[in-house]
Design a protein around this ligand. Sequence first.
Ligand code: GAL
Length: 404
Amino acid sequence: MGLSLRRTSAITAVLLLAIGLSACSSSKTKTKTAASTPTTAAAASISATSFTSDFSAMAQLKSLAAQGKGKIGVLLPDTTTSARYVNFDAPYLAKAFQAAGLTTSDFKVDNAQGKASTMQTQAEADITEGASVLVIDALDSGSGAAIEANATSKGVKVIDYDRLVKGGTAGRVYVSFDNVSVGKLIGQGEVDCISAWNVAKPNVLVMDGDPTDNNASQFSQGYNGVLKPFFDNGSYVKVGEPAGTWTPSVAQTTFSQQYTAHPNINSVVTPNDDNANAVISYLQSKQIKAKSFPTTGQDASLSGLQNILKDYQCGTVYKPVYTEAQAAAAIALYLRAGQTAPSTLLNGTTRDTTANADVNSVLLTPVWVTAQNMASTVVKDGAVKASDLCVSAVASACSTNGIS
Ligand code: GAL
């Protein structure tokens, strides 16, 4: 209901503007400044579902891009906890900006290589070079909030990208996938797999992401919510939920310690393909057979998809980063032009429990990928090439599942 109401308000606002009633500024958009900085009719048709793999929606933002001033600085976190930042976020953000008409001198995409101090330095360099907007995928909320406070004090607008910065600048926009839904897909995927692989007495180790990443707690909320009834009624046993990490080698150490202490562990939940891959390597070194030990993941990485085809992983959450990159680029273009994004694009809010505020958000839809829908999702989208995926041990699984 909220969504359709807001869509109606946006359409109403556009119609009224079109007939010249510019004073109709009490349009019921969620953001306070929407009324005084109306968007154009063409741009207002952009919504959270506009972004396709051909980046065609970005062309609607060309006049907005032409109106804007200053550089857009993008700050990505690392290159080791997921292949997404190098393989998808960086190139897709660049592609989105260029599809809207920006040139390479209008934006800069940096990666902090896992160091908050590096991100801080990169943010300062962007501001010195005339950035008017920063898109921040923070390593942790504390360092992210410091970067945002500094940027805001210099008149630079900020966007939280993928991860919410708790305690970030008031009035910022958050662009992400619905992270609780991501967690629910993981939990349900584990439940379905436990039954498909006939795990008679599931002893589940729940492995989380890095606790400094707000997404990790939202993922955990999602999968623990799905699993709780099974733990409560005794059909599954929760062996433990040790301290989380995004670092695969740390995840492997954690798993080996847990497995040594509890050799009855026969199922693992993890919200990351590379962490799952580290666990699976360990399981294989212990001669654990395929289709016997459910694991889960996220990010549709090459190794994750291959582990699924090898029946060592049940599925992965695929987040089409091209949607997230375009949504962030679109919001950045509005802010850079001194405008507020339309309510059609801002399709939700996310609670910042540190600032005690609801942050206007673009929340995109994740997809659970198994061997059965791999061809029609990640392969069709070009997120992975069949020729990279379907090598040696998984070639026959590819042909069984129509992946070519
Ligand atoms: C999360 C992100 C995931 C994954 C993970 C580890 O915040 O949403 O896609 O990349 O970090 O880097």
